[in-house]
Structure formats: structure tokens, C-alpha cells
Design a protein. Structure first.
Length: 264
């Protein structure tokens, strides 16, 4: 193999795409590995966000193989990055027709593209097709939740959050995404249960930040502020409890741990 290609691959593997591209650009078209080099060049250009140049190379390769899934996928990415929606939709139609109906990952890719382009109906269709193949396909359930957010469908979002929780259990980093979904649909009791289960996975400061987020969102949802008298402070757990009591019983003032409070 050409020494330039070898040096380029070293830089590429180190994610130094600018330097890698310099080596790949020195490989001539008559080199036996030139087509192989073009794939690396396309990746470098896309990592460097030079989408117009990447698109030029992609389209030159597609002239040789118009139904190459990977190239069409990258072509759509370029069009989206360049804000060329019509071209992106055209590429999607081609991709739809050539992918296998039992390839859950490519179905999900199509779904993601449609969501990004604002076509939530088709996004949901292809996401659902992926989930018909594998009901435990966590990435597809996450995508469905994002589609739910785009559609402002709280029931869909909440259902996806519960399904992810069933799949991954109720602990670990994956539950942070579930927490955010539950927060989005104002399921504050669920948020607090998730925080309790995360206490073994995160430091106390991080757990308190999660609780503070719940307190802030709960305050905004109820459209109230919690005030305490003087310099005294109460814990975030106590503050959340006061807001929850206010929501359930209407109690808007009193004392807690010797501290007077008022909700208004």
C-alpha cells in the first residue's frame, strides 16, 4: 500500500482529519487503492464539516454505484447540513427503496432523517417498523420519544420513558434520559423515584442538582415561588415536599424545621 495512505490512516485513526486529508490528497487517481482512499477522504471532509466537498466526492462515487446505501446515507447527511431539504428528501426516497425491510438500523436511520427534516409522520412510520422487528430496540424507543417531543405527544413520550426503564432497569446512566423525558411531561413523582434509584450511581452534589431541577420545573409548572423568612435555609427535599403539599392540599404557608415559609 502507498506510504501516503499508511501515513494518512495513522492520522485518521488519531482523529487528526486535517493532516490525514493532506496525505490522502497526495494519492493519485491511478493508484490501485484510490477508490479506497476516497472513502477516507469523504469521512475526513465530513468530520471537518466541509460538506460541499464531501458531497462532490460522494456523487462521483454514486455514478459508479447509484444504490450504495452508505453513500446515499452520507449524501443525505450532507444535504441536511447544507440546508438542502429538497435534495435530502429526494435522497431519502432512494434510500427507502433500496434498504431491506428487515434492517432495523437502516429503518431507524430513515426515521431519524425524516424527524430532522420535520416530517414526523414518516419518522414515526419507519421508527415503528424498526420496533416491529425488535420491540426491545432501545435506540428506536429513544427516537420515538424524540418524535413524541416534536409532536408534543405527552402520552407517547411517557410511554417510551416507561419502556426504556423496563429494558435497562432503573439504574445507570441510561436512566438520565428517562429522567429528562419524565421531566418534560411533568411526571415529577416519577422523576423523584428515578433520582432515589440513582443515588448509588452519582455523587451527592449531582443528585442534589437533579433534585434542584425538579424543584425549578415544579415551581414553574405550578407558577409559584417559595419564600422563607430571614437567612434560614431548607433542604431541596423539604422545598419539593412543600410544593407537592401545596399542589395536593393547597397549603401555602406555615413553618418547617422552625422556619416560616410562604408559597405565592
Amino acid at each position: 500500500m502507498n506510504s501516503k495512505i499508511k501515513k494518512g490512516r495513522v492520522k485518521f485513526n488519531d482523529e487528526n482529519y486535517e493532516e490525514a486529508l493532506k496525505y490522502f490528497n497526495e494519492v493519485s487517481e491511478d493508484d490501485e487503492d484510490y477508490m479506497y482512499v476516497l472513502i477516507f477522504k469523504i469521512t475526513c471532509l465530513m468530520e471537518l464539516e466541509r460538506y460541499d466537498k464531501a458531497l462532490f466526492l460522494i456523487e462521483s462515487l454514486l455514478r459508479e454505484d447509484p444504490e450504495d446505501e452508505l453513500l446515499i446515507y452520507e449524501k443525505i447527511r450532507c444535504h441536511i447540513a447544507l440546508n438542502e431539504k429538497d435534495e435530502a428528501f429526494a435522497g431519502l426516497k432512494i434510500l427507502e427503496n433500496i434498504i431491506s425491510c428487515d434492517d432495523k438500523r437502516m429503518l431507524l436511520c430513515v426515521s431519524k432523517f425524516y424527524r430532522i427534516l420535520g416530517d414526523c409522520d414518516n419518522a414515526l412510520k419507519f421508527c415503528s417498523d424498526a420496533l416491529k422487528i425488535d420491540g426491545n430496540f432501545e435506540e428506536a424507543i429513544r427516537e420515538k420519544a424524540l418524535i413524541g417531543i416534536a409532536l408534543n405527544d405527552y402520552e407517547m413520550i411517557d410511554s417510551c420513558a416507561d419502556r426504556i426503564c423496563e429494558i435497562i432497569g432503573n439504574r445507570g446512566m441510561g436512566m438520565v434520559f428517562v429522567f429528562l423525558l419524565k421531566l418534560y411531561v411533568s411526571r415529577f413523582d416519577d422523576c423523584l423515584l428515578i433520582i432515589d434509584n440513582l443515588e448509588g450511581d452519582f455523587k451527592e452534589d449531582t443528585i442534589n442538582k437533579f433534585k434542584s431541577i425538579v424543584f425549578k420545573e415544579l415551581s414553574e409548572t405550578l407558577d409559584v415561588n417559595l419564600h422563607v423568612v430571614g437567612e434560614a435555609e431548607i433542604s431541596v427535599d423539604e422545598a419539593i415536599r412543600l410544593l407537592r403539599d401545596y399542589d395536593e392540599t393547597g397549603v401555602d404557608s406555615g413553618r418547617i424545621n422552625g422556619v416560616a415559609f410562604k408559597i405565592m
